[in-house]
Ligand binder design. Structure first.
Ligand code: VG1
Ligand code: CO
Length: 543
C-alpha cells in the first residue's frame, strides 16, 4: 500500500448549491471530478490526523464506486478513522446522527436527494460539519475556491474495502469501520418518541403504508416500524434501495408518490400514509384521502410537540424557511416562543439549533426536523406523527381540521417550472427585481401589496449575510407570492413560485387549494410574465 500524488487541473462549476454539489452522473464520472472536489474538502479542513470522518450515501448509481475512492483519499489524508455505512448506505439524517454521536470531525453524504438516479440520472456530494449539519456558506465557498486552483490530490492505491461486512479494516494508517446503517439512528428515535404507545396503536389494528420509494429510508422504516414497533409486514412498500430508485423520481409529493396516493385514496385505505425521498430527509404525511401540506405538518407538530417524550419540556423556538407558509408562526405566537425565518436550505438552521434558539424547523419542500440532529429527517417526522396519532386517538384529517379551526388556515401551494431556459429564468428574476420598488401600495385586485423585496437574511448568531434569497410580494392581509430559482437542479433552471393565502373563517377551510389560491396564481403570472419568459403556460409540478 502506498499513497500517490496525482496531478490534476481545476474543473469549472464545482460550486455547491442549496445542498451540496449536484450534477449528472456523466459529469461525476469524468476523470478527477470527484477527486478534485473531495481533495478541496480535505484542503479546507486542514490537518485531519486523529480525526474521524463519517461516510455514506443514498445507494444511488455510482455510490459504491465513489465511496471506495473517498475511502482511499481519506486514508491518504491521515484520518484516524472513517465510519462508513454498510453497503455504502447512510441516510442523510443518519450521517448527521452518527457524526454527533461519535464526535466526528464531519461527514460526507453522497446523494442528489430527490433528483432521479441511475446512469442517466444525478449524483451529488455534500460535506457536513462537526455539529452534524450541512457546511455553512463560508465553508462551501472555501471548498469551491480550492476547486478553482487545485493542482493535485492524494490517494492511496489500496484495494476496495468489503462494504457488506461489518467491522474494521486498516487502510494506510486509517481504520475503516463498516457500521450498521440503522443502529445509531434507531437508538436516537427510541429516546425521542413513545415507542410503547405507538406499539399499542399498531397492536390495536391501526394501519399504515410507508413508501420507501426504493430509496434509502426503506431499511430504516422497516427496522423501526416493522421491526421495533410491531407494524405488520408489508407496512413498508418499495423498501429496498435500488440504484435507479426503480426508475422513479424519489421525491415524496403527491405527484411523484403516485402509488402511495392511490393506496390512500382507496375505500379501504390505511389510517396513515407516509413517504420519504432519495436520501431519507424529506417526509410526506397523508391521512385517508387527505394530504397534509408540509408547512401545516410543521405547525401541527409544533402545536402538539409535548406529546413526544423528547419534546416534553416544550419548544424554545420554531424556524422555517422564508417560502414556507406562516402557519408555524401562528403556533409560535400562541406558545409565546420566537419564530425565525431563514433562507431556503437546511444549512441556515444550524446556528439557531446550536445556539438553542429553535427546537423545531421546517421547509415547505417536505422537510421537517428538530435539534435532535442537524438535518431534516423523514423517518423522525413520521414517528412524530405516529406518536401524535397514538396520544390523541384522532385521525390525520381531524388533527389538521382542528388545527385550522384554532389557528386559521394558510392555504399553500408551490408551482415549479422545471428545466426552463436558464437565461430566460434569470431574466425573469432580474425584471422582477426592477419592478420591486414600484409594487408597494399597488392594488392588484383582491390584494393590495404591503411590501415587495428580495429576501436578505442576517444570521442572528454569526452575523453572516445571505442576499437574493427569493423575491417576495407580501400583501396587506399577509398573503404572499414568492419567486425563487432552484439551487438543486441539474438541467437548465427551475423557477419556483410559492403561493400563500390566509383564511380565518372555518366555513372556508375545506376548499380545493388551487381554487383558494386562484386569484394569487393569476397575479403571479401578471406580475412576473412567466409564460412570456419561459414559454410555459403551466407549471410542470404543483405541490
Ligand atoms: C430544494 C428545496 C429546499 C431543500 C433543498 C434540499 O432546494 O426547495 O427547501 O432544502 O431542495 O432538499 P431548491 O434550491 O431546489 O429549491 V434535499 O431533500 O434535495 O437535500
Ligand atoms: Co433529500
Amino acid at each position: 500500500m502506498s499513497i500517490n500524488t496525482v496531478s490534476t487541473t481545476p474543473i469549472p462549476g464545482q460550486r455547491p448549491g442549496t445542498s451540496g454539489l449536484r450534477k449528472k452522473v456523466s459529469v461525476f464520472k469524468q476523470a478527477h471530478y470527484l477527486e478534485n472536489f473531495v481533495q478541496s474538502v480535505f484542503d479546507t479542513l486542514g490537518d485531519c490526523s486523529g480525526k474521524t470522518l463519517v461516510l455514506g450515501g443514498d445507494g444511488r448509481y455510482h455510490n459504491r464506486v465513489a465511496v471506495q475512492t473517498i475511502l482511499r483519499m481519506a486514508a491518504a489524508h491521515g484520518f484516524a478513522r472513517v465510519l462508513v455505512g454498510q453497503g455504502g448506505i447512510l441516510s442523510t439524517p443518519a450521517v448527521s446522527c452518527v457524526i454527533r454521536k461519535r464526535a466526528a470531525l464531519g461527514g460526507i453524504v453522497l446523494s442528489a436527494s430527490h433528483n432521479p438516479g441511475g446512469p442517466d440520472g444525478d449524483f451529488g456530494i455534500k460535506y457536513n460539519i462537526a455539529n452534524g449539519g450541512p457546511a455553512p456558506e463560508n465553508v462551501t465557498e472555501a471548498i469551491y475556491h480550492h476547486t478553482e486552483t487545485i493542482r493535485q490530490y492524494r490517494i492511496s492505491d489500496a484495494g476496495d474495502i468489503d462494504l457488506n461486512r461489518l467491522g474494521v479494516t486498516r487502510m494506510e494508517d486509517t481504520e475503516v469501520e463498516v457500521i450498521d446503517s440503522v443502529a445509531d439512528y434507531a437508538e436516537l428515535m427510541q429516546q425521542l418518541f413513545d415507542f410503547d404507545a405507538i406499539r399499542k396503536l399498531f397492536a390495536g389494528g391501526f394501519s399504515m403504508c410507508f413508501d420507501g420509494m426504493h430509496a434509502v429510508s426503506g431499511p430504516y422504516a422497516k427496522a423501526i416500524l416493522e421491526g421495533q414497533l410491531g407494524a405488520p409486514a408489508g407496512t413498508v412498500i418499495n423498501a429496498v434501495p435500488l440504484e435507479d430508485f426503480g426508475g422513479h423520481h424519489p421525491d415524496p409529493n403527491p405527484v411523484n408518490a403516485a402509488q402511495l396516493i392511490e393506496v390512500m385514496a382507496a375505500d379501504d385505505a390505511p389510517d396513515f400514509g407516509a413517504a420519504s425521498d432519495g436520501d431519507g430527509d424529506r417526509n410526506m404525511i397523508l391521512g385517508r384521502k387527505f394530504d397534509v401540506t408540509p408547512s401545516d405538518s410543521l405547525a401541527i407538530l409544533a402545536a402538539h410537540a409535548t406529546v413526544a417524550p423528547g419534546y416534553r419540556a416544550g419548544l424554545k423556538g420554531i424556524a422555517r424557511s422564508m417560502p414556507t407558509s406562516q402557519a408555524a408562526d401562528r403556533v409560535a405566537a400562541a406558545l409565546g416562543i420566537p419564530a425565525f425565518e431563514t433562507p431556503t436550505g437546511w444549512k441556515f438552521f444550524g446556528n439557531l439549533l446550536d445556539a438553542g434558539k429553535a427546537t423545531l424547523c421546517g421547509e415547505e419542500s417536505y422537510g421537517t426536523g428538530s435539534d435532535h440532529i442537524r438535518e431534516k429527517d423523514g423517518v423522525w417526522a413520521v414517528l412524530f406523527w405516529l406518536n401524535l396519532l397514538a396520544a390523541s386517538g384522532k385521525s390525520v384529517e381531524q388533527l389538521a381540521s382542528e388545527h385550522w379551526a384554532r389557528f386559521g388556515r394558510n392555504y399553500y401551494s408551490r408551482h415549479d417550472y422545471e428545466a426552463v431556459d436558464a437565461k430566460a429564468a434569470h431574466e425573469l428574476m432580474a425584471s422582477l427585481r426592477i419592478k420591486l420598488a414600484t409594487l408597494a401600495g399597488q392594488d392588484l385586485g383582491h390584494f393590495v401589496v404591503s411590501f415587495a423585496d428580495d429576501f436578505e437574511y442576517t444570521d442572528p448568531i454569526d452575523g453572516s449575510v445571505a442576499k437574493q434569497q427569493g423575491i417576495r410580494i407580501v400583501m396587506t392581509n399577509g398573503s404572499r407570492i414568492v419567486f425563487r430559482l432552484s439551487g438543486t437542479g441539474t438541467e437548465g433552471a427551475t423557477l419556483r413560485v410559492y403561493l400563500e393565502r390566509y383564511e380565518a373563517d372555518p366555513k372556508y377551510h375545506h376548499l380545493p387549494t388551487q381554487q383558494a389560491l386562484s386569484a394569487l396564481i393569476l397575479i403571479a403570472e401578471q406580475v412576473a410574465g412567466i409564460a412570456d419568459w419561459t414559454g410555459r403556460a403551466h407549471p410542470t409540478v404543483i405541490t
